[in-house]
Design a protein around this ligand. Structure first.
Ligand code: ZN
Length: 443
């Protein structure tokens, strides 16, 4: 994994290799600026006297995890790309949702205790483009990381996966004929389109989570066309059973389903159905940064990934977003960034009935440490003797817990702890690089 580099005025320079960073640190030419992602600061260089190459941030937004990859473009060909950093942001939308639901329930219970309460006016409106807090959080954390990476690397542009499939590439798919074969970009877009249109299940039996094949509703051998309006998805069994029968014969004893398939095949998928509000909100905010934003589709990502033989992870998917002909240096560890929040505003801990169970401290710091700080503890003697590095959870007693890679170590005194990086609302972990096995399986 490359190391991010800043100049002496904290302006971003080109990232360097781990080996070079080690040499610079050993010779005293650089200092550690940040632990995660690892960033060094040169003491004797400014950005004016350095050569910068184009660097792009690539984003694959997901509901639970967003893949973010920083790549360096080849000077002569921007489609030849070298991975600088792989990153996965784990969102906490579900937790936010649960907390808000719980708060609503508790409030309702408290209000219900009053004998009479005049009803409130229905005076609440939502501004245009409003997103639920759990969804807004996805946009906010992704933007926070884009902005942070722009401060740590000389980013010249952003590429994001905005839609699952590209209507433009298919040029009004319901009308024009299309080649649906696997292995072409076109084929991937059509597949993604069909998955969205037929809700990712077999049209004939409704099976989910099974491999789906493309089926001609009116069989090809009887003159059926390759238009998308004649294509549907079927599981292996249904596809085999149907063979080259016309759909009317195959579904003779299920007229309801026959009618529904015929109606759905004719209806073109509305643009709006494929558009995800969170992705659009993210796209608009990315545009507001002033950097050029290129958008791409999920079909193209899949096409790139399978063509280049790259395993499927969120971060590597992000690396495959957009126009790419070659990717190098992708076999590196991934930095997992888990959104943890910055603690609870609520001071009273409640049990599941809403009764108080305990109280949190007023102050967030104990002996200069805060929950979420990255610390290193050197315990010289005793049962817990050793060196531990990780996220600290503070206790009023000054006896802390440290979340290390191997697990939680309890009861470490604050006296043995040394601060490495302040809590910033994220927990960090390095995932090992994909094994050779993963790589060959993907290819
Ligand atoms: Zn089926």
């Amino acid at each position: 994994m490359a190391v991010l580099v800043l100049d002496k005025r904290k302006k971003p320079l080109m990232p360097c290799s781990e080996k070079r960073a080690r040499l610079l640190l050993e010779r005293g030419r650089a200092v550690v600026h940040r632990m995660r992602p690892f960033t060094i600061r040169l003491k004797d260089r400014t950005v004016e006297e350095s050569v910068l190459q184009p660097i792009q941030i690539k984003i694959d937004p997901g509901s639970k995890t967003t893949g973010v990859t920083v790549i360096r473009e080849d000077d002569s060909d921007p489609e030849h790309q070298q991975v600088v950093m792989l990153m996965e942001i784990e969102h906490r939308g579900q937790q936010i949702r649960e907390n808000l639901t719980q708060r609503r329930a508790f409030r309702r219970r408290r209000r219900g205790q009053l004998r009479h309460r005049a009803s409130r006016f229905n005076n609440r409106t939502r501004p245009r483009g409003w997103l639920a807090p759990s969804l807004q959080h996805r946009v906010d954390t992704t933007m926070a990381w884009v902005n942070r990476l722009c401060r740590l690397a000389p980013v010249t542009g952003i590429i994001m996966e905005r839609v699952r499939f590209d209507m433009q590439t298919m040029e009004n798919p319901e009308i024009s004929g299309v080649e649906y074969q696997q292995g072409t970009l076109h084929g991937y877009e059509v597949r993604e389109y069909l998955l969205e249109k037929w809700q990712r299940c077999c049209a004939y039996c409704g099976a989910r989570n099974v491999p789906l094949e493309i089926d001609h509703i009116h069989p090809q051998s009887r003159g059926g066309s390759d238009r998308v309006s004649n294509l549907t998805l079927a599981c292996r069994d249904c596809n085999q059973a149907k063979g080259n029968q016309p759909v009317e014969v195959f579904l003779a004893d299920d007229p309801k389903r026959l009618q529904r398939i015929k109606a759905q095949a004719k209806a073109p998928l509305k643009d709006a159905a494929a558009v995800n509000s969170t992705r659009w909100a993210l796209f608009r905010q990315l545009q507001a940064t002033g950097l050029p934003v290129i958008t791409s589709s999920g079909g193209r990502t899949k096409y790139n990934r399978q063509r280049l033989g790259i395993p499927k992870t969120h971060a590597l998917d992000a690396a495959c977003v957009g126009p790419v002909t070659a990717i190098t240096h992708w076999n590196v560890p991934t930095l997992t960034v888990r959104a943890t929040g910055r603690g609870s505003y609520q001071r009273t801990r409640l049990n599941r009935f809403g009764f108080p169970r305990g109280y949190l401290m007023r102050q967030k710091q104990v002996k200069g440490f805060q929950t979420g700080d990255l610390v290193q503890a050197n315990v010289p003697t005793g049962k817990k003797a050793g060196t531990y590095q990780g996220r600290v959870a503070i206790r009023a007693t000054g006896s802390f817990n440290i979340q290390t890679r191997e697990g939680v170590v309890q009861g470490i005194s604050h006296r043995h702890c040394r601060l490495l990086q302040r809590a910033d609302g994220y927990g960090y972990a390095l995932q090992p690089k994909p094994t050779q096995e993963d790589a060959t399986r993907a290819a």
